[in-house]
Design a protein around this ligand. Structure first.
Ligand SMILES: CC(C)(COP(=O)(O)OP(=O)(O)OC[C@H]1O[C@@H](n2cnc3c(N)ncnc32)[C@H](O)[C@@H]1OP(=O)(O)O)[C@@H](O)C(=O)NCCC(=O)NCCS
Length: 172
């Protein structure tokens, strides 16, 4: 397990091509993809997402979406992390967890650690977070991470509330 980040209760590690089943199963729950609108058709599709979207980010940007495990039993609970969006000149904070793990503060814990890693280790200047206006849980996570609401956008054809965090250490 290539652990990138450790928090009080969680480990964040890089995904590998062995994680096809985990990605597939996570996205089979209609509630998990209710506001992300990106169903995964089958195992081949999950494999393609890992190969073409998730894994290249590690090589190109030294960060990406990381698999999240609880420390107490090493169970996989979802993913969290940073994704470069060069077409928007942005680094995006994102997260997605299996329903049985919701409501325990895991998303906030993983998101906050990812933000700090982006700022303190990677020295990124700015990180953006977006959620559909109805996705109250996701918006709360962004707010609990002390990200600042900067407005409403249409992103990838969907309405989104946009939040940002600035790396103040770079501007001292
Ligand atoms: C959004 C998501 C990541 C939240 O995960 P989580 O582990 O339950 O979040 P946390 O436990 O850290 O909760 C953070 C806060 O949001 C609140 N919250 C979480 N879900 C909520 C909901 N559906 N409605 C209202 N509040 C909610 C929690 O109560 C908590 O606030 P509190 O500390 O004041 O009680 C999870 O629901 C998820 O994976 N959803 C599907 C994927 C998704 O939508 N990802 C985001 C795309 S933008």
């Amino acid at each position: 397990m290539n652990v990138i980040l450790e928090t009080e209760r969680l480990l964040l590690r890089t995904f590998t091509m062995d994680d096809v089943q985990l990605i597939y199963e996570l996205n089979q729950d209609p509630e998990v993809i209710k506001y992300t609108l990106d169903p995964i058709k089958d195992l081949n599709h999950a494999s393609e997402i890992l190969e073409k979207t998730i894994l290249p980010q590690y090589v190109l940007y030294n960060h990406g979406r990381w698999a999240v495990h609880t420390k107490h039993n090493l169970g996989f609970i979802g993913w969290c992390g940073l994704k470069a969006r060069p077409e928007r000149n942005e680094i995006d904070l994102g997260y997605r967890f299996i329903k049985s793990s919701w409501g325990k503060g895991y998303a906030t814990e993983a998101a906050f650690a990812s933000l700090n890693y982006g700022f303190n280790t990677l020295q990124l200047p700015r990180i953006v977070g977006r959620a559909m206006p109805q996705n109250v849980g996701s918006i709360k996570v962004l707010e609990k991470c002390k990200m600042k609401y900067i407005g409403d956008d249409i992103v990838d054809d969907h309405p989104a509330k946009t939040y940002e965090a600035i790396n103040l250490r770079l501007y001292d």
